[in-house]
Design a protein around this ligand. Structure first.
Ligand SMILES: Nc1nc2c(ncn2[C@@H]2O[C@H](COP(=O)(O)OP(=O)(O)OP(=O)(O)O)[C@@H](O)[C@H]2O)c(=O)[nH]1
Length: 320
């Protein structure tokens, strides 16, 4: 075979491969008119190379992110450097449907894109190539893993009975909140809540009824909190709350409203009406709060005072 024939064959093979490869290949001229549109692009867009050749990319696909993509391609022309767009940055550039059976849950194809400057024989960048990789499988796996990890993390932080923070996670948030105070001097109040005579509830109505009472109080508590406050189940029938940027007076207003809500609520268990009250201790941050442990123990002491003074009340911790 002559050298010419060899070269012709190679060219033929290359064209065949460009047409059938499982990667999208597009060549655009300086005005973004389409010069090459391979089989992958045809299969996924439904537009044939013959129908599209010479047409402007953005006029043919008005849904493309015109401004953003133009800016990217202009810098490729200017800097003569290739540029990459990952699916994590932008899930796709060409909105193609996803037909892969394994990743059937994605309704569009995730794409990694390479923008490649193409030089003419004189070395000028006259064209640009868009290379489209279908990375749907990788993207879906990664997204599912991320979602599963987030779910696991949430589970490891949550008390299963009440869906409040569990003690360990609450304690971590509490330490962070104390650091904010130590660094920036921000206001904050620590609140300890305990159900009164809860042992009697368990003894009289049974443990499952007691659980329902705990859930009811957690529910009322959640409804009363602001976005920045956080509550945890600190012990069996004990809840710990931090009210951020809240003074002692404001906290007492909050706890008294909460206490009255609990007092007026009821739990119905097997046709029996169960009513409980709560005792509350409040400790607001001040220059006397030496560390996070003393912030917490102050609230504990105030709670003890509420119990001693007859339960169903709020006490505020005072150093002097
Ligand atoms: N149903 C239920 N009971 C629990 C749970 N955790 C702890 N308890 C019970 O809560 C009760 C707490 O009782 P005590 O600490 O003696 O206090 P109390 O009866 O609430 O009395 P005061 O706190 O002094 O008002 C015990 O009987 C525990 O068994 C739980 O998850 N579910």
């Amino acid at each position: 075979m002559s050298t010419d024939q060899n070269a012709m064959n190679e060219l033929h093979w290359l064209i065949d491969m460009v047409q059938t490869i499982e990667v999208g290949l597009v060549v655009l001229d300086r005005n973004y008119n389409i010069q090459l549109w391979n089989g992958f692009m045809e299969n996924h867009s439904g537009v044939s190379p013959n129908a599209i050749k010479g047409k402007n990319l953005f006029e043919t696909f008005p849904d493309l992110p015109n401004e953003w993509l133009t800016q990217k391609m202009e810098s490729v022309f200017l800097l003569k450097n290739r540029s990459f767009i990952s699916w994590e940055q932008r899930p796709y550039v060409f909105e193609f449907k996803n037909y892969r059976p394994i990743t059937g849950r994605a309704d569009h194809m995730y794409q990694n894109i390479t923008l490649l400057p193409l030089a003419s024989l004189t070395g000028n960048i006259t064209h640009i190539s868009i290379i489209v990789y279908d990375v749907t499988d990788v993207a879906i796996n990664k997204l599912q893993l991320k979602a599963a990890n987030e779910q696991l993390e949430k589970l490891s932080q949550t008390d299963s009975l009440t869906q409040l923070f569990n003690r360990r996670h609450w304690q971590e948030c509490f330490e962070k909140e104390y650091e904010r105070f130590a660094r920036y001097g921000e206001n904050g109040s620590m609140i300890m809540i305990d159900i009164d005579n809860f042992k009697q509830i368990n003894d009289k109505y049974g443990h499952p009824a007691g659980d329902k009472v705990i859930q009811n109080i957690a529910h009322i508590l959640k409804q009363s909190l602001r976005e920045t406050d956080f509550a945890g189940r600190y012990g069996g029938e004990e809840f710990a709350v931090v009210l951020t940027n809240t003074s002692a007076d404001e906290s007492k207003y909050f706890t008294e409203r909460l206490r009255k809500k609990v007092e007026s609520s009821q739990v119905v268990y097997k046709n029996q009406i169960i009513k409980v009250t709560i005792s509350i201790g409040v400790n607001s941050l001040s220059e006397d709060t030496k560390n996070s442990a003393s912030w917490l123990s102050g609230a504990d002491k105030a709670l003890y005072l509420s119990k001693e003074n007859g339960r169903n009340q709020t006490s505020v911790y005072k150093t002097k």
